[in-house]
Design a protein around this ligand. Sequence first.
Ligand SMILES: Nc1ncnc2c1ncn2[C@@H]1O[C@H](COP(=O)(O)OP(=O)(O)OP(=O)(O)O)[C@@H](O)[C@H]1O
Ligand SMILES: [Mg+2]
Length: 228
Amino acid sequence: MEIIRSENLCKYYGSGAEQVKALDGVSLSIPQGSFTAITGPSGSGKSTLLQLFGGLDQPTAGRVVYQDKALADYSDNQLSVLRRRRFGFVFQSYHLVKELTAQENILLPVMLDKRKPDEEYLRRLTQLLKLDDRLSHLPAAISGGQQQRVCIARALANKPAILFADEPTGNLDGQTGREVMALLRQINRELGVTLLLVTHDLGVAEQAERIVHIVDGRIEHDSGGSLR
Ligand SMILES: Nc1ncnc2c1ncn2[C@@H]1O[C@H](COP(=O)(O)OP(=O)(O)OP(=O)(O)O)[C@@H](O)[C@H]1O
Ligand SMILES: [Mg+2]
């Protein structure tokens, strides 16, 4: 069953001879519970695609449809609620609030949503991400890999249906990167979170069940979900 799709998605910057076609007609259907990696050279449109899928930016043409409703048909307010409750985002740079502890950072989206945290779920999440003994530390006092795992926990705190991750292992050494990837796979399998992950690292991409390769804003190859 499909959870989200793009239809002929285009994003153009500038005009005339200066125009950059960051995305040029991408149609992609993402099944619920799947794990898809988006690969491609630098500047091929990977981050743009992820941002449009996540409703963080508007396309020049085409549309994104989440559970049979186009993101363009949501009001600004509905879209921010959808993003806050159903989508989780992990970016390459950590974006942690440096005055807040790991635990407070993780709880931030739940608090912003004025909801009561699900203690049992958060315990499971922080255990899964091996953060239990780091929760009272400030970001400056934990390692890069741990900060990235705090970001992942924060993105999952509201139990999103889809986790969008842009180069989540980009700043990590090989070993830590593999550990974070193993955790993401576990989250995908055990929590049923649909994963859409951008990476230029083939070793990372191979852990997904499907690889979609983008060149110059177009899908050049789609393995179609038969890798795992
Ligand atoms: N705000 C912007 N204004 C103008 N051009 C932009 C803007 N954002 C992105 N682009 C251009 O769109 C193209 C796609 O950018 P995008 O960030 O999606 O690439 P990417 O595949 O994520 O690259 P990388 O692997 O380096 O992160 C690039 O040519 C980029 O320069
Ligand atoms: Mg990018």
